[in-house]
Write a protein that binds this ligand. Structure first.
Ligand code: NAP
Length: 302
């Protein structure tokens, strides 16, 4: 089975490379903007590909003719999306339309990633059937991308996820768990929001949800987050406790005190019953994830 990944230099993309390059049933083609930033080059091919370039996208995908396309490429900086709405639409919406059109043509299964930010955070945790109401442009762009798929004729799966974290190489953006771990280790003073609730997701778990989707040929919308819902403050406190760092420098602040450009939902989190039952999704607990990260950081094997 041939699988093509977009955005393979990103956190989820790298995890998919590491899992699928050693899968004998899969021939893997990784693609991303620019050079391949993953140092392991065995077990897959790499093609530099910008998903917003429709002609190039068509050319590469039609030539490769994969059975499965996993779209991990996105504009993921929520505040930048608020500032650069047009750019956000081009990457997060228009390119998904290109991918769905190509997938229809070659009968490929398109797997796409969405977010808890499609919800307003008034009634979390959410099931797949709850009504979206995004507060930010990023959230709106991801909701529009879901609509593109709902209206398309291709075989598609949307996996909705929340705060993805993990260890990877040369990422263009950090993730909160590694950032907090490093800051706590240094003893930095940290102001952490205590009124936003999330279910943080180990990147490996999300990669597994992608793989389960195509191996089991499951289509439609699935929640694929971590299983533990906590405030951002609790998350950082649990990181401190797990790694035995002091919490003396940890201060609670409210969302209202932090003037972030994009409005964030207060309480999200997902009900995972459908993905557990239908996909066989089995995410790690938050502490199990911290253990995995610690081992990867120590061994330098991701
Ligand atoms: N991270 C989270 O907390 C989170 C939460 C909810 C949903 N999601 C969704 O999960 C998916 C994967 O996220 P992630 O954490 O792996 O994001 P990420 O680390 O930011 O990876 C995204 C990758 O896409 C690449 N990219 C950007 N524009 C591109 C383009 N036009 N063509 C090809 N590649 C392009 C980026 O390249 P560069 O590295 O060169 O910039 C980056 O490597 C995304 O759809 C995201 O919206 C993420």
């Amino acid at each position: 089975m041939k699988v093509l990944i977009t955005g393979s230099n990103g956190l989820l993309g790298q995890k998919l490379i590491h899992k699928l390059r050693v899968d004998d049933a899969v021939e893997l083609v990784a693609t991303s903007i620019g050079e391949n930033r993953v140092s392991e080059k065995e077990g897959y091919s790499y093609i530099s590909l910008d998903i917003t370039n429709e002609n190039e996208l068509k050319k590469v995908i039609m030539f490769e003719n994969p059975e499965v396309i996993i779209n991990t490429a996105a504009m993921t900086n929520v505040d930048a999306c608020e500032d650069q709405k047009e750019k956000c639409d081009i990457i997060n919406v228009n390119a998904v339309k290109y991918l769905s059109d190509i997938s229809t043509k070659i009968n490929a299964h398109l797997i796409h990633i969405s977010t808890d930010f499609i919800f307003d955070g008034e009634n979390g945790p959410y099931s797949e059937n709850d009504i979206p109401n995004p507060l930010s442009y990023y959230g709106l762009s991801k909701l529009k991308s879901e609509t593109v798929l709902l209206e398309s004729n291709c075989k598609w799966t949307v996996l909705r996820t929340i705060i993805v974290f993990g260890v990877a190489e040369h990422l263009s953006k950090g993730n909160i768990v590694l950032w907090a771990k490093e800051a706590l280790e240094k003893g930095d003073s940290l102001n952490i929001i205590d009124d936003q609730f999330r279910a943080p997701t180990l990147a490996e778990d999300l990669a597994d949800a992608c793989i389960l989707s195509f191996k089991k040929e499951k289509f439609g919308i699935f929640n694929a987050s971590g299983k533990d819902i906590m405030s951002i403050y609790d998350m950082v406190e649990r990181i401190a406790k797990y790694y035995n760092y002091s919490t003396d420098q940890l201060n609670r602040i409210s969302t209202a005190k932090l003037s972030q450009k994009a409005v964030r939902p207060l309480k999200t989190g997902f009900i995972l019953d459908k993905s557990i039952k239908e996909l066989g999704y089995n995410p790690h607990s938050f502490e199990e994830s911290l253990k995995i990260i610690n081992e990867q950081l120590k061994s330098k094997i991701i």
